[in-house]
Each structure stands twice: as C-alpha cells, then as structure tokens.
Design a protein around this ligand. Structure first.
Ligand code: 5GP
Length: 179
C-alpha cells in the first residue's frame, strides 16, 4: 500500500486489507450468532456499504435476505427540519428483524434518519452494523450494535468509502494526509 491522490487530497495507508478482513470475521460471527433463527433482512445503505455488505454476507452461514436503499434528505415544509426518505425499499418491514448495514457512522445523523423511517413500518427489531465507527464523534442514543473497527475522528477512504466519488475501490482503509 502506498500513498494515493484523489482529486486534490492525499491519503496514506491506515488499516490494511487483511486487518480489516479479520475484523469483519469477528463481527460476522456476532451477527450470525444473534440472527441464526430469525431470517433477518439486511438493508445496505448505498453507495458506501456495498463492500461491507458483500463481505458480511459471504461470512454468514444463516438464512437471510439482503436489499439496498438510498437515503434522500430534503427540508420538509414542516418545522421539524430535515426529512429523510428511503429510496428503493420494496421489502416488507413489518414484523421483520432488520439490520441496517453502513460503511461508517460519524455523527449518526444518517442512521438516526434511517431508523426513524424504518420504525414507522413496525419492524420486529432494528439493529445497525457498520464497518467503521468514530466513537469520539458519535453521541446519539441509538446503539451501533455491530462494528468492525473503531477509528479516530479523521477522514478516511477505501473499502466502499469515497472522496467525491473516488477511492471506494481501494483495498483496506486510507486516511487523509493534512499538509
Ligand atoms: P453521519 O451521518 O454518521 O455523520 O455520516 C455518515 C455518512 O457520512 C457516511 O455514510 C459517509 O457517507 C460520510 N462520512 C462520514 N465520515 C466519513 C469519512 O471519514 N470518510 C468518508 N469517505 N465518508 C464519511
């Protein structure tokens, strides 16, 4: 792994692909143990989650379903501020055990919106699985149930994460070089 340049920014290797894969092994075992008997529905949040969703799925020896959604946020006419809509959700949610699959949880605003939208559809349970979590930033009450790796408050790319469209295909995780 060596430094890469994406648009105007430089990134250096941070977490190797093998280390990341080992962390996904561990989190996949926990997910498999929890959902062995109830055919969960995994909902990957596009675009960033495609890598983690795929890596997680191939490690799960359980019967499960996977689908993908996009989150569209807009300012509603009501005073409550930002409204989020899940685009592409066709599966029945009522009574299902749903696991939202994310690339990274930072402030938690995104998962908060997703969980609010899903709750309206009366799932049996909702859990969050994320490849990365920034615990120094995340202050929401929603539990992030399954996390492969915690990272400090830095901007990273690779393994699904992009900088303005680039870098999702990089193996492992790269961090921004500030200079
Ligand atoms: P949150 O809503 O939790 O603040 O942020 C979640 C979204 O912000 C992620 O799905 C991702 O798109 C973006 N994000 C947050 N931190 C990073 C980061 O370090 N790198 C990249 N590439 N995206 C990030």
């Amino acid at each position: 792994m060596k430094k890469v340049t994406l648009h105007d920014k430089h990134f250096e290797p941070f977490i190797g692909a093998a280390e990341l894969a080992a962390a996904i092994d561990v989190v996949a075992e926990k997910v498999a143990a929890k959902y062995a008997d109830n055919v969960p529905l995994f909902l990957g949040v596009l675009n960033g989650s495609y890598f983690f969703a795929s890596e997680l799925m191939k490690r799960l020896p359980i019967t499960c379903e996977i689908s993908f959604v996009k989150v569209a946020s807009y300012h509603g006419t009501v005073s409550s501020g930002t409204v989020s809509q899940l685009i592409g959700l066709q599966e029945r949610i009522a009574g299902r055990h749903v696991v939202v699959v994310e690339d990274i949880v930072d402030t938690g605003n995104t998962i908060e919106h997703i969980v609010e939208a899903l709750r309206e559809k009366s799932p049996a349970s909702i859990a969050i699985a994320s490849l990365l979590l920034k615990p120094d930033v995340y202050k929401k009450d929603i539990p992030v149930d399954f996390v492969a790796m915690e990272i400090p408050n830095i901007f990273v790319v690779g393994s699904g994460l992009d900088h303005d469209g680039l870098g999702r295909n990089l193996p492992g995780i790269y961090r921004i070089v500030n200079n």
